[in-house]
Design a protein around this ligand. Structure first.
Ligand SMILES: [Mg+2]
Length: 216
Protein backbone atom coordinates (compact mmCIF):
# COMPACT_ATOMS: atom_id res chain seq x y z
CA UNK A 1 0.00 0.00 0.00
CA UNK A 2 1.50 3.29 -1.06
CA UNK A 3 1.32 5.93 1.64
CA UNK A 4 2.92 8.42 -0.74
CA UNK A 5 -0.24 8.51 -2.84
CA UNK A 6 -1.92 11.01 -0.55
CA UNK A 7 -5.29 12.71 -0.60
CA UNK A 8 -5.86 15.81 -2.71
CA UNK A 9 -7.67 19.09 -2.13
CA UNK A 10 -9.63 20.49 -5.08
CA UNK A 11 -7.72 23.54 -6.24
CA UNK A 12 -4.65 23.70 -4.03
CA UNK A 13 -1.83 21.55 -2.72
CA UNK A 14 -2.76 19.25 0.15
CA UNK A 15 -0.60 21.14 2.64
CA UNK A 16 -1.35 24.76 1.81
CA UNK A 17 -3.12 27.52 3.70
CA UNK A 18 -6.58 26.72 5.04
CA UNK A 19 -8.64 29.46 6.64
CA UNK A 20 -11.14 27.66 8.82
CA UNK A 21 -14.69 28.97 8.74
CA UNK A 22 -16.22 30.03 12.03
CA UNK A 23 -18.51 27.56 13.69
CA UNK A 24 -22.08 28.83 14.19
CA UNK A 25 -22.37 31.30 17.08
CA UNK A 26 -18.58 31.62 17.06
CA UNK A 27 -18.32 28.48 19.18
CA UNK A 28 -14.82 27.23 19.96
CA UNK A 29 -13.92 23.96 18.26
CA UNK A 30 -13.36 21.09 20.70
CA UNK A 31 -11.68 18.85 18.12
CA UNK A 32 -14.61 16.73 16.94
CA UNK A 33 -14.74 15.98 13.23
CA UNK A 34 -17.58 14.57 11.17
CA UNK A 35 -15.89 12.77 8.27
CA UNK A 36 -18.46 12.42 5.50
CA UNK A 37 -18.45 10.39 2.34
CA UNK A 38 -20.03 12.40 -0.49
CA UNK A 39 -22.14 10.25 -2.82
CA UNK A 40 -25.06 8.56 -1.07
CA UNK A 41 -24.46 10.78 1.97
CA UNK A 42 -24.75 14.39 0.77
CA UNK A 43 -25.68 14.01 -2.88
CA UNK A 44 -27.30 11.28 -4.97
CA UNK A 45 -24.68 8.80 -6.17
CA UNK A 46 -24.54 6.79 -9.37
CA UNK A 47 -22.82 3.60 -10.55
CA UNK A 48 -21.55 5.71 -13.46
CA UNK A 49 -20.21 8.43 -11.14
CA UNK A 50 -21.26 12.02 -10.69
CA UNK A 51 -19.66 13.46 -13.82
CA UNK A 52 -20.98 16.97 -14.32
CA UNK A 53 -22.37 19.92 -12.41
CA UNK A 54 -25.82 18.93 -13.66
CA UNK A 55 -25.49 15.54 -11.94
CA UNK A 56 -25.30 17.22 -8.52
CA UNK A 57 -28.57 16.59 -6.67
CA UNK A 58 -28.68 17.00 -2.91
CA UNK A 59 -30.19 14.20 -0.85
CA UNK A 60 -33.18 15.36 1.22
CA UNK A 61 -32.12 17.30 4.30
CA UNK A 62 -28.40 16.69 3.75
CA UNK A 63 -27.71 20.43 3.92
CA UNK A 64 -29.77 20.81 7.05
CA UNK A 65 -27.94 17.85 8.59
CA UNK A 66 -24.52 19.37 7.83
CA UNK A 67 -25.76 22.61 9.36
CA UNK A 68 -26.87 20.66 12.43
CA UNK A 69 -23.45 19.02 12.74
CA UNK A 70 -21.69 22.38 12.66
CA UNK A 71 -24.24 23.91 15.08
CA UNK A 72 -23.36 21.00 17.40
CA UNK A 73 -19.66 21.92 17.15
CA UNK A 74 -18.31 19.46 14.58
CA UNK A 75 -15.99 20.44 11.82
CA UNK A 76 -16.96 18.71 8.58
CA UNK A 77 -14.42 16.93 6.39
CA UNK A 78 -15.53 15.33 3.12
CA UNK A 79 -13.58 12.20 2.17
CA UNK A 80 -14.54 10.97 -1.30
CA UNK A 81 -13.02 8.39 -3.65
CA UNK A 82 -12.86 9.94 -7.13
CA UNK A 83 -11.33 7.29 -9.38
CA UNK A 84 -12.68 8.90 -12.59
CA UNK A 85 -9.66 11.19 -12.30
CA UNK A 86 -7.22 8.28 -12.10
CA UNK A 87 -9.10 6.52 -14.89
CA UNK A 88 -8.66 9.65 -17.02
CA UNK A 89 -12.39 10.16 -17.51
CA UNK A 90 -12.07 13.80 -16.48
CA UNK A 91 -9.79 16.08 -14.47
CA UNK A 92 -9.72 17.71 -11.07
CA UNK A 93 -10.99 21.05 -12.37
CA UNK A 94 -14.23 19.27 -13.25
CA UNK A 95 -14.37 17.85 -9.73
CA UNK A 96 -13.84 21.31 -8.33
CA UNK A 97 -16.79 22.64 -10.35
CA UNK A 98 -18.95 19.77 -9.08
CA UNK A 99 -17.98 20.61 -5.51
CA UNK A 100 -18.62 24.34 -5.97
CA UNK A 101 -22.10 23.48 -7.18
CA UNK A 102 -22.67 21.17 -4.20
CA UNK A 103 -21.51 23.90 -1.81
CA UNK A 104 -23.78 26.46 -3.48
CA UNK A 105 -26.84 24.21 -3.28
CA UNK A 106 -26.19 23.35 0.35
CA UNK A 107 -25.79 26.96 1.43
CA UNK A 108 -29.07 27.82 -0.27
CA UNK A 109 -30.81 25.42 2.09
CA UNK A 110 -28.87 26.10 5.30
CA UNK A 111 -26.45 28.96 5.89
CA UNK A 112 -24.53 26.87 8.44
CA UNK A 113 -23.98 24.02 5.97
CA UNK A 114 -20.34 24.86 5.36
CA UNK A 115 -17.73 22.25 4.51
CA UNK A 116 -14.51 22.88 6.42
CA UNK A 117 -12.33 20.65 4.24
CA UNK A 118 -12.95 18.61 1.11
CA UNK A 119 -10.49 15.80 0.40
CA UNK A 120 -10.62 13.41 -2.49
CA UNK A 121 -8.66 10.37 -3.58
CA UNK A 122 -8.08 10.69 -7.34
CA UNK A 123 -6.48 7.26 -7.69
CA UNK A 124 -7.69 4.26 -9.65
CA UNK A 125 -8.21 1.12 -7.54
CA UNK A 126 -5.13 -0.62 -8.98
CA UNK A 127 -2.77 2.13 -7.84
CA UNK A 128 -2.84 0.90 -4.25
CA UNK A 129 -3.21 4.34 -2.73
CA UNK A 130 -3.30 4.68 1.05
CA UNK A 131 -5.68 7.60 0.46
CA UNK A 132 -8.29 5.44 -1.26
CA UNK A 133 -10.99 4.05 1.00
CA UNK A 134 -11.14 1.35 2.47
CA UNK A 135 -7.69 2.59 3.51
CA UNK A 136 -7.64 5.34 6.12
CA UNK A 137 -5.24 7.84 4.50
CA UNK A 138 -7.82 10.54 3.75
CA UNK A 139 -9.04 10.52 7.34
CA UNK A 140 -5.47 10.69 8.62
CA UNK A 141 -4.81 13.69 6.40
CA UNK A 142 -8.10 15.38 7.31
CA UNK A 143 -7.41 15.22 11.04
CA UNK A 144 -3.89 16.58 10.74
CA UNK A 145 -4.87 19.38 8.34
CA UNK A 146 -7.82 20.55 10.45
CA UNK A 147 -5.73 20.45 13.64
CA UNK A 148 -2.90 22.36 11.99
CA UNK A 149 -5.26 24.93 10.45
CA UNK A 150 -6.90 25.58 13.81
CA UNK A 151 -3.47 26.49 15.19
CA UNK A 152 -2.17 28.43 12.20
CA UNK A 153 -4.01 28.83 8.91
CA UNK A 154 -0.76 29.04 6.95
CA UNK A 155 -0.01 25.33 7.54
CA UNK A 156 3.61 26.34 7.17
CA UNK A 157 6.06 23.60 8.10
CA UNK A 158 3.33 20.99 8.53
CA UNK A 159 4.40 17.48 7.60
CA UNK A 160 1.66 14.91 7.40
CA UNK A 161 2.29 11.43 8.73
CA UNK A 162 0.57 8.28 7.62
CA UNK A 163 0.10 4.72 8.79
CA UNK A 164 2.72 3.38 11.20
CA UNK A 165 4.75 6.60 10.82
CA UNK A 166 2.01 8.53 12.64
CA UNK A 167 2.46 7.46 16.22
CA UNK A 168 1.01 10.27 18.32
CA UNK A 169 -2.62 10.29 17.34
CA UNK A 170 -5.33 12.45 18.86
CA UNK A 171 -8.42 11.11 20.58
CA UNK A 172 -11.18 10.48 18.04
CA UNK A 173 -13.81 9.28 20.50
CA UNK A 174 -16.02 12.32 19.74
CA UNK A 175 -15.65 12.08 15.96
CA UNK A 176 -17.71 10.13 13.44
CA UNK A 177 -17.47 8.86 9.87
CA UNK A 178 -20.65 8.57 7.81
CA UNK A 179 -20.81 6.57 4.60
CA UNK A 180 -23.19 4.44 2.58
CA UNK A 181 -20.82 1.59 1.74
CA UNK A 182 -18.63 -1.01 3.33
CA UNK A 183 -15.45 0.75 2.18
CA UNK A 184 -16.47 3.78 4.26
CA UNK A 185 -16.99 1.64 7.36
CA UNK A 186 -13.67 -0.14 6.76
CA UNK A 187 -11.84 3.19 6.49
CA UNK A 188 -13.52 4.33 9.71
CA UNK A 189 -12.56 1.15 11.55
CA UNK A 190 -8.98 1.19 10.30
CA UNK A 191 -8.58 4.84 11.22
CA UNK A 192 -10.22 4.35 14.60
CA UNK A 193 -13.36 6.43 14.49
CA UNK A 194 -17.01 5.49 15.01
CA UNK A 195 -18.55 4.58 11.65
CA UNK A 196 -22.21 5.08 10.80
CA UNK A 197 -23.66 3.41 7.74
CA UNK A 198 -26.51 5.32 6.11
CA UNK A 199 -28.99 4.31 3.46
CA UNK A 200 -27.79 5.74 0.14
CA UNK A 201 -31.31 6.96 -0.71
CA UNK A 202 -31.64 8.83 2.58
CA UNK A 203 -28.05 9.89 3.19
CA UNK A 204 -26.79 11.81 6.17
CA UNK A 205 -30.30 12.58 7.43
CA UNK A 206 -30.68 8.81 8.05
CA UNK A 207 -28.12 8.87 10.88
CA UNK A 208 -28.05 12.47 12.07
CA UNK A 209 -30.13 11.73 15.17
CA UNK A 210 -27.83 8.94 16.28
CA UNK A 211 -24.84 11.28 15.88
CA UNK A 212 -26.41 14.15 17.76
CA UNK A 213 -27.92 11.93 20.43
CA UNK A 214 -31.48 12.87 19.67
CA UNK A 215 -33.93 10.10 20.43
CA UNK A 216 -36.42 9.38 17.70
MG1 LIG B 1 -20.85 6.77 -1.12
Amino acid sequence: MNTLLAAHRDDVELVSPLKLLDLPNDAAWDGRIAFLDRDGVLIIGSEDYVNTVDDVILLPDSAKSVGSLRRAGYRVCIVTNQSPIGRHHWDRSNLSRIHQQMIRLMLEQDEDALLDLILHSPYAPWEGAWARKPHPGMLEAGRQILDAASRDSSLEGVELKFGDDWTERPDESGSVMVGDRGVDMSAAARYGVRGLLCDSDTGLADVIDSILGVSA
